[in-house]
Ligand binder design. Structure first.
Ligand SMILES: N[C@@H](CCC[C@H](N)C(=O)O)C(=O)O
Length: 264
């Protein structure tokens, strides 16, 4: 079975081409693939499916859970399709559990995604080391709590999940801590639902920009977001948003069949 390894601002993925949708991708197999000691190591798995003539990104978190959307993953997914000769460079659409997402691959390797409406759904609190931080709940297809703060993001201990309100987020939440460096320039760290701290989260950067804009009384705008793994650019419009950033394919290879069969 073929695999490709890639990353978007160091949020890394194992890509499994499964055009006919025949792979039995159990939670245990996702966990094993993503494990950095006993598997290939990744923050998530992108299964590439073609169904009724449409591309579908089946995204799984490293713990095996399913998520609606993954912004960095979708850039890598699109880059894979072009690299594999399955799509010409340029514009096409990929279906996700959050709905269809138009993408544009660029000759410099970067990819732009139309991410849909970054919907502010309320306010809540995330707690780290017993200290609460106010944030804005943003639905980017998946749930986020983006907390703009003056505390330098480097100071947060994200080795444990920030506490959140389970009533507001019954299915868990991705939590971002965000510093404003300058007008239109943010810095962010993230704790992802189903993964832990990652070096970037594409949907999280969209939530971060929406949260910053909400805080300054604006509903549209543009910002760069520095994350530990690099930089992306986000544009928020009234009913949609875009995310642009790098997508890198690192390696390709063959998964050992006996190893795969030993994991159910
Ligand atoms: N890293 C992703 C988001 C992946 C899903 C997330 N962990 C969730 O469970 O919602 C991104 O780049 O958007």
């Amino acid at each position: 079975m073929e695999f490709v390894k890639g990353h978007g601002t160091e949020n890394d993925f194992v890509i499994l081409p499964d055009l006919d949708g025949e792979l039995d991708l159990t939670d245990a197999r996702v966990q094993a693939l993503c494990d950095r000691q006993r598997g290939l190591g990744a923050d998530g798995v992108l299964r590439v499916v073609k169904s009724d003539g449409k591309w579908f990104m089946d995204y799984r978190n490293a713990d095996g859970s399913v998520a609606e959307m993954c912004g960095n993953g979708l850039r890598v997914f699109a880059r894979y399709l072009v690299d594999a000769g399955l799509q010409p460079e340029g514009e096409f659409v990929v279906d996700t559990r959050a709905g269809e997402r138009p993408v544009v691959t660029h000759p410099d390797g970067s990819v732009t995604i139309e991410m849909g409406w970054a919907k502010v759904t309320g306010a809540s609190i995330a707690a780290v080391d017993g200290r609460g931080f106010g944030g804005v709940a943003v639905d980017v297809g998946n749930p986020h709590l983006a907390c703009v703060t003056d505390v330098p993001v480097e100071d947060f201990d994200l080795t444990v999940p920030p506490a959140h309100d389970p009533v507001m987020f019954p299915h868990g939440v991705n939590v971002e801590f965000v510093n404003v460096i300058d007008d239109g320039a943010l810095r962010m760290r993230v704790h992802e639902r189903g993964v832990g701290e990652t070096r970037s989260c594409g949907t999280g950067t969209v939530a971060a920009v929406a949260s910053w804009l909400w805080g300054i009384g604006q509903s549209t705008g543009k910002a760069t977001v520095d994350v530990p793994g690099g930089q992306v650019t986000v544009v928020i419009e009234s009913t949609t948003s875009t995310l642009t950033g790098p997508a890198v394919l690192v390696a390709r290879g063959e998964i050992d069949q006996a190893w795969w069969d030993s994991i159910r």
